[in-house]
Design a protein around this ligand. Structure first.
Ligand code: PHE
Length: 488
């Protein structure tokens, strides 16, 4: 409205000489006129020039006297013709009016003091102060000397009023074109772009808060674990093949072909391609022998080992399948000790419940060196788990087809107040290592655990489906804190 008024007025008139008067005339708030003028000026629709005016305004005290009369007048009016004692006069007008008004009334020779009483000296007087204040209120001219006197009495103050004089600017138009913020394909095709006014970039605009990505708790914990392994001098194994052959997943690990884990109830087998084509033939031959009739000090399992069973493709059920590939590769070169780790996904054909999923992540560590003992395994487990903040460990004898001895790892959970199983470990069997071609005295100690378990404990999640899978609340990803494994 203010904008239309200004632009409309300038179409017919040369100038708006005074924005204050203009505002009054059109009944628009002057602040609004000021804001619109600034904006129109910035776009060159008008040119404005500052104008300043000194104006006098009454203070609260001044306003009061303009209404009720000056204190000197109040004092004068309270004096009856027969005179009044000072005490009585003060009581009548009140102490403050008396204090302020008595002096000026006396100076004006409106009153005189007798021995005991105060008398009027004049019949009628004129309340000049009230008159002056009313004149100033009405914006009428007043003598400079009078102004100075009223200012001294703090009944009026000067104020600077700021406004504009306004004329047409170089981009004057009756209506402001809305500056375009987008140049579209249609604008270009229709030629509308020629007349378009484009909005200036506002480099000071705050902009939208950047919506960055958020790491899943599993990724945060994985990063911490990876750092721990790297600090301990372990190298990461390549785990980028989810599809594995039964051979590397089971046979190479001395897991017999009748083992229940090799059933389709426990393992996802692939339909297409259902079998692998490439296996290291001479090594396969040694594995077949060790399963069937043993060797390397073993009696074997004594069954007919079938190549077709080994060829079957599956989704790897543990990352130990990768370990077996890596150890075999190691055996093909002159021996050098190695420390390997991996953290990646594995798959098991399991009924999903609050603690089980058909796919999860395994953390696996192994050390391969000459003459390692169970003591070395226990030592490295203490080192590894204490870096996770688990200082109290216990081990329980267990069974894995590929390790002997095998140990389940338990850690004392302060929160639960009990020992909880946190992983599995062991020393790889000679039946597994020797057919690969590793030297006789090379031992491999290894352990594995799930990534989900420690993550759930760290983030206080008690249903695995809240952590992983399609039911995960994305808000959780945004809100969950950084992972502070083992920091005390
Ligand atoms: N592969 C074992 C599992 O899936 C873990 C493990 C790794 C055990 C290495 C011993 C040695 O539970």
């Amino acid at each position: 409205m203010a904008e239309d008024a200004i632009l409309g007025y300038l179409e017919k008139n040369e100038e708006i000489p005074d924005s204050g008067k203009f505002a009054e005339e059109f009944g628009i708030d002057h602040d609004e006129i000021v804001n619109v003028t600034k904006s129109l000026n910035a776009y060159g629709l008008v040119l404005s020039q500052d104008i300043k005016r000194e104006s006098l305004v009454l203070t609260d005290e001044g306003k009061l006297y303009a209404d009720t009369g000056s204190p000197e007048m109040q004092v004068f009016s309270a004096i009856p013709p027969e005179g009044i004692s000072p005490d009585e006069l003060q009581r009548k007008v009140g102490p403050s009016v008396f204090k302020i008004g008595f002096g000026p009334a006396k100076q004006n020779e409106w009153l005189e003091r007798g021995k005991q009483l105060i008398f009027r000296k004049k019949e009628h007087v004129d309340d000049k102060v009230k008159g002056l204040l009313s004149q100033i209120q009405a914006e009428k001219m007043v003598e400079p000397g009078e102004i100075a006197a009223l200012k001294r009495r703090k009944l009026i103050i000067s104020q600077t009023w700021k406004g504009y004089s306004i004329i047409k600017g170089p981009n004057y138009a009756l209506k402001r074109k809305k500056a375009a913020t987008d140049l579209t394909r249609e604008d270009l095709q229709s030629g509308a772009w020629k007349d378009m006014e484009l909005k200036e970039y506002n480099f000071n605009a705050k902009g939208l808060p950047p919506e960055g990505g958020h790491l899943h708790p599993l990724l945060k914990v994985r990063k911490q674990l990876k750092d721990i392994f790297l600090q301990m001098g372990f190298e990461e194994m390549p785990t980028n093949n989810f599809v594995e052959s039964s051979y590397w997943n089971f046979d190479a690990l001395f897991q017999p072909q009748q083992h229940p884990a090799r059933d389709s109830h426990d393992t996802f087998f692939l339909k297409d391609p259902s079998t692998t084509k490439l296996l290291p033939e001479d090594y396969v031959e040694r594995v077949k022998c060790v399963h069937e009739s043993g060797g390397y000090g073993s009696r074997g399992y004594g069954y007919d080992w079938k190549r077709e069973e080994a060829n079957k493709n599956l989704l790897r059920t543990h990352t130990t399948a990768v370990s077996s590939r890596m150890l075999y590769a190691l055996a093909q070169k002159p021996f050098a000790p190695k420390k390997y780790f991996s953290i990646d996904r594995v798959f098991r054909n399991e009924a999903v419940d609050r603690t089980h999923l058909a796919e999860f992540h395994q953390i696996e560590g192994l050390i391969c060196d000459r003459g390692l003992t169970l003591g070395d395994l226990i030592g490295v487990l203490h080192d590894f788990f204490s870096r996770l903040g688990m200082k109290k460990l216990r081990f329980k004898p267990a069974y894995n087809p590929y390790t002997e001895p095998s140990m389940e790892i338990f850690s004392y959970h302060e929160g639960f107040g009990k020992w909880v199983e946190i992983g599995n470990s062991g020393m790889f069997r000679p039946e597994m290592l020797l057919p690969m071609g590793l030297p006789d005295d090379v031992r491999v100690v290894a352990w594995g655990l799930s990534l989900e378990r420690p993550t759930m404990i760290l983030y206080g999640i008690d249903n695995i489906r809240d952590l992983f899978g399609h039911k995960v609340d994305l808000g959780l990803m945004k809100k969950n804190p950084i992972c502070r494994i083992g920091l005390e």
